[in-house]
Design a protein around this ligand. Structure first.
Ligand code: URP
Ligand code: ZN
Ligand code: ZN
Ligand code: ZN
Length: 492
């Protein structure tokens, strides 16, 4: 009996992180079954064929920094997207896997309890595949003792904050986390900004009656990010454990990280669209509009964008993710406008919830900028995240017999258009990129062999609940660098 495939993708140019070529792909049982030179699948039996003539065929995007349905303690905000609109937005933008957070609150000793709560929020609600990073805000003995159980539950990464009173860890707590991460081969994500500098600057600004959203930028000076980054690198080097600095906003920080990398230290870095496409001037828009672009670290100056692009090109940045953290602009209870009161009619920047939406626009913004080599684009938007977070080669690749059939197809000849929020599938009443000229949008998104997005025929075709939880193993990027011998205080 001749083999029957579920899906063929033919006549396209296949681009992975390491190869570009005219290949045809056969999919069976949710997996990549074959990748052969163009024409090599003619005559096979198949249920459905996508003719990708003139298009680029890439591994589905992986967005490894997404906030969904989090009770944002920070500035009293409430995340606008829960798992349903958040993951619908992901597939419509070409992203087939997201990694969001299982947030622990300061008053909750257990990371496993936070994980169970987050599973309940995501289960049966996802359009894309998903996993979680543990988010540790209370590094007490309970949390520290739970790292092996997190690993057993398929959670191999954890984020902590060095900023925000209700969230941040102090250096001794950071050392506890790093040591336990080393012992359990977990990958650590660091929000590197000095929280006390930010609090102090906020007080100085408020004393001068400077409350507008634009002063958020002043309250997060570049030095606060550079200092915390250097401290995170010093602490992780002391424990000898890899870390990833998330959402790096400035070239000076990228340069510092690059120096560490050149010394052979296992330091990884992430940047995001807001540091390439937004500027501090966007926070100065009249009518409180500036609040739409309040995030931490804040967007910097236009001059800084070039340095961030270079950091992606030269490998300083391992990952380009969205830091999708959506708040409804008009919402006066948990959204951006919750910072407005009769006394402060233009808000009070310290109470504007931090974060911008971007899970759906991440790939199109980067590709439309026409700046990165396509293989580099795949590397930083999909493959590296899969490697760093223990999903490779199931995700982020198109390897027969190994990879899930997660595919995004682009047609570069698409006429340019202006982005409008009503094109998007999130639950937010704005995009910070409104009016941005784009010339790329995914035509098809395929998740485990199912066409879940068809731009020209029906839009979102995926169904809620098709998205699966992904258990993750150890990092294949940072993994080999992990030392054999246990850390020992006598060695110092
Ligand atoms: O402003 C931001 N980035 N909000 C999301 C939370 C975080 O720090 O990643
Ligand atoms: Zn403190
Ligand atoms: Zn952060
Ligand atoms: Zn974030």
């Amino acid at each position: 009996m001749a083999e029957v495939y579920d899906l063929l993708v033919v006549n396209g140019v296949v681009v992975t992180d390491t190869e570009t070529g005219e290949f045809d792909i056969a999919v069976k049982h949710e997996k990549i079954a074959k990748v052969v030179p163009r024409g090599g699948l003619s005559g096979v039996s198949v249920k459905r064929t996508i003719d990708a003539q003139g298009g680029y065929v890439m591994p589905g995007g992986i967005d490894s920094h997404v906030h969904l349905n989090e009770p944002f303690i920070m500035a009293g905000g409430r995340c606008a997207d829960d798992y349903e609109p958040g993951t619908r937005s992901a597939i419509a933008g070409g992203t087939t896997t997201i990694i969001s957070f299982a947030p622990q609150s300061k008053t909750e000793p257990s990371l496993l309890a936070a994980l169970a709560e987050t599973h309940a929020l995501a289960r049966s609600n996802c359009y894309s595949d998903y996993s979680f990073h543990a988010l540790c805000t209370n590094a007490g003995p309970v949390a520290i003792s739970e790292f092996p159980s997190l690993r057993a539950a398929g959670i191999s990464s954890l984020k902590f904050f060095m900023a925000f009173e209700d969230l941040q860890l102090h250096d001794d707590e950071i050392l506890d986390v790093l040591l336990q991460a080393r012992r359990n081969q977990m990958t650590i994500l660091v929000h590197a900004e000095n929280g006390q500098v930010i609090s102090w600057m906020t007080k100085q600004l408020e004393k001068e009656h400077l409350f507008d959203p634009k002063y958020h930028v002043n309250s997060h000076p570049p030095m606060a990010e550079l200092e915390a980054t250097s401290r995170a690198i010093a602490l992780s080097t002391f424990i000898d454990v890899p870390i990833l600095i998330v959402h790096v906003s400035q070239p000076a920080v990228a340069a510092y990280i690059h120096e560490a990398q050149l010394k052979g230290l296992p330091i990884y870095a992430e940047t995001c669209p807001q540091y390439l496409f937004l500027t501090r001037e966007d926070l100065d828009k009249p009518g409180f509009e500036g609040a739409k672009c309040v995030c931490s670290p804040p967007p910097r100056s236009t001059a800084d964008h070039e340095g961030i692009w270079r950091g992606i090109e030269n490998g300083t940045f391992t990952i380009f993710s969205s830091d999708h953290c959506p708040f409804i602009f008009e919402d006066i209870e948990g959204g951006k406008k919750s910072s407005i009161s009769p006394e402060y009619p233009n808000g009070r920047f310290q109470y504007v919830p931090n974060g911008v939406p971007g899970v759906e626009t991440r790939l199109s913004l980067a590709l439309s900028a026409d700046r990165l080599q396509l293989q580099k684009f795949v590397e930083v938007t999909a493959t590296n995240a899969a490697k760093l977070y223990g999903l490779y080669p199931r995700k982020g690749a198109l390897i027969p017999g190994e990879s899930d059939a997660d595919i995004t197809i682009w047609y570069p000849e698409l006429d340019s258009f202006k982005l409008k929020n009503d094109m998007l599938h999130h639950n937010v009443d704005y995009t910070p990129y409104e009016g941005q000229t784009l010339n790329q949008w995914p035509r098809y998104t395929v998740l485990r062999g199912q066409i879940v997005w068809d731009r020209d025929n029906g839009g979102v075709l995926g169904v809620k609940g098709y998205g699966q939880f992904l258990e993750r193993g150890i990092s294949s990027l940072a993994g080999p660098l992990r030392p054999e011998k246990d850390w020992n205080p006598r060695d110092f």
